[in-house]
Ligand binder design. Structure first.
Ligand code: NAD
Length: 360
C-alpha cells in the first residue's frame, strides 16, 4: 500500500518554526499541510496562525500529541525541551523533525537513537545549511572520488549578536541554551565541514566569553585532525561587525571556497578551483546536467518528504546529529581540560552525560 502523499504537520514553537513554513512547507504545499501550531505564547501563536491561515492552534504540546491526524511533529522549541519532546512524540507514534541542537548530551542522543529503533516514526534533525547549489556541487565532486586526498579546511563563523538577542530568557545560559557559539551557531558550518571532510579524529579547542555578558561562550577557536589525516581550523565569534560565513577546503585535485552569505553559505557562488586541466574536465563531467538544489529548509524538507513516502533514508539522520554533538562535546572538554580529545566519545567519557563546564 502506498503512503498518503500529503503529510500533516504540527509545528511546536513559533520562532524559527515560522521559517520552516516560509522556506520549507510553503514551498511544498503538494507534500505537507501545516495542520496545527503550538506555542505557550498565545499571542505569538495567534499571529503565526493568522499569517498562514492555520486554524488549529494549541498552547499544549500534549494536546497536539493526542491529535490522531497529525503525522509529523516539528520541534522548534528552546534547546532544553528537545529531548523530552522528541521522546514523547516518538512514544505517541509520530514522525519527528527537530531543530538543533538535537539534545543536551551524547547520552541523550543515544537514548533517542535507542527509542527510534522501536518506534513507529523516525527523527530527522535539522541541518538546513547543507542545502544549496554550492555545497551540493562540492559534495558530488567529493563523493565521485574526484577531489582526492583532503589536505586542510578553514571554517569561519563570524556572526554578530547583541544584548537584544540575549533578552530572550533561555538564551545565553548553560541550563537552557545548553551552550554558546559552538552549540547554537557554528554547529551549522561545522556540520557542513564534516559533511564534506568526513569524521573528526582529534580535537584541541579553546572558548571564551568576550562579546556579551552571558554565561556561555561567544568566541571559540579549534584545531582538528580528521580521520583522513586532514587538518582543520575552526574560528567562531558572535562579535563580527561584518557577518560572514566562510569555508575553504583544499583537496589534492580541487580547492573549494564558499560564498560569504552568513546564513546561506551553501548557496552559489562557490569557487571550484581544479588542480589541473584533467581534473577540470572530470569535474565538469560530474556536474554535467546539474539540477538546481534549493537552499536550506526548502531542500531539506522536500527530501524529507521523499524519504517519508518512499521509506528511504532520511536526508539528515540521528547519526549526523550525534557526530555534530560529539564534536561539541570534544571541543568543550578540550577547552576545559586544556588537553587534546580523541573521538569517538562513548559512555565512559567524563562528558558523555553533559558537556557543561564542571563549575556550572
Ligand atoms: N536551524 C537554524 O538555523 C536555527 C535558527 C534559529 C533557531 N534555531 C533553533 O530553534 C530553536 C528555537 O529557537 P528560536 O530562535 O526560534 O527561539 P524562540 O524563543 O524565538 O522561539 C521558541 C518558541 O518556543 C515556544 N515554547 C517554549 N516552550 C514551549 C513549549 N513547552 N511548548 C510549545 N512552545 C514552547 C516559545 O514560547 C517560543 O515562541 C532553538 O533550538 C534554536 O537553536 C535554529
Amino acid at each position: 500500500m502506498t503512503e498518503a502523499i500529503l503529510k500533516n504537520v504540527a509545528i511546536i514553537g513559533c520562532g524559527i518554526g515560522r521559517l520552516h513554513i516560509v522556506e520549507g512547507y510553503a514551498n511544498h504545499r503538494d507534500k505537507f499541510r501545516v495542520l496545527a501550531l503550538c506555542d505557550i505564547d498565545a499571542a505569538r501563536l495567534d499571529k503565526l496562525g493568522a499569517e498562514f491561515a492555520v486554524t488549529r492552534l494549541s498552547t499544549s504540546f500534549d494536546e497536539i500529541l493526542r491529535m490522531d491526524d497529525v503525522e509529523v511533529i516539528d520541534i522548534c522549541t528552546p534547546p532544553g525541551l528537545h529531548y523530552p519532546q522528541i521522546l514523547a512524540a516518538l512514544e505517541a507514534g509520530k514522525e519527528v523533525v527537530c531543530e538543533k541542537p538535537l539534545a543536551g548530551s551524547l547520552a541523550e542522543v543515544d537514548a533517542i537513537i535507542a527509542a527510534e529503533r522501536t518506534a513507529r516514526g523516525r527523527v530527522m534533525p535539522i541541518f538546513q545549511y547543507r542545502y544549496g547549489n554550492g555545497i551540493q556541487k562540492a559534495k558530488r565532486i567529493v563523493e565521485s572520488g574526484l577531489a582526492g586526498k583532503p589536505y586542510t579546511a578553514v571554517v569561519e563563523t563570524a556572526w554578530k549578536r547583541t544584548p537584544a538577542y540575549y533578552a530572550v530568557p533561555w538564551r545565553g545560559r548553560w541550563s537552557t541554551e545548553l551552550g554558546g557559539v559552538l552549540l547554537t551557531h557554528a554547529i551549522h558550518l561545522h556540520d557542513m565541514m564534516t559533511y564534506l571532510m568526513g569524521p573528526v579524529e582529534a580535537v584541541f579547542g579553546r572558548i571564551a566569553t568576550r562579546v556579551n555578558a552571558i554565561e556561555v561562550e561567544d568566541c571559540a577557536a579549534a584545531s582538528l585532525r580528521m580521520a583522513s589525516g586532514a587538518l582543520v581550523s575552526l574560528a567562531a565569534t558572535l562579535g563580527s561587525q561584518q557577518e560572514i560565513s566562510r569555508l575553504r577546503f583544499c583537496f589534492e585535485h580541487v580547492t573549494f571556497e564558499s560564498g560569504l552569505e552568513p546564513y546561506a553559505p551553501g548557496n552559489d557562488p562557490w569557487q571550484i578551483i581544479p588542480a589541473s586541466d584533467s581534473a577540470d574536465a572530470r569535474i565538469a563531467a560530474a556536474l554535467d546536467g546539474w539540477q538546481d538544489v534549493a537552499p536550506r529548509f526548502h531542500s531539506q524538507l522536500g527530501r524529507y518528504h521523499a524519504a517519508l513516502t518512499g521509506g528511504t533514508a532520511l536526508p539528515v539522520t540521528l547519526a549526523d546529529a550525534r557526530r555534530a554533538l560529539e564534536l561539541v562535546t570534544a571541543l568543550y572538554h578540550s577547552a576545559e581540560s586544556g588537553a587534546e580529545v580523541t573521538l569517538p566519545i562513548g559512555p565512559d567519557h567524563p562528558k558523555y552525560r553533559g558537556w557543561r563546564p564542571r563549575q556550572l
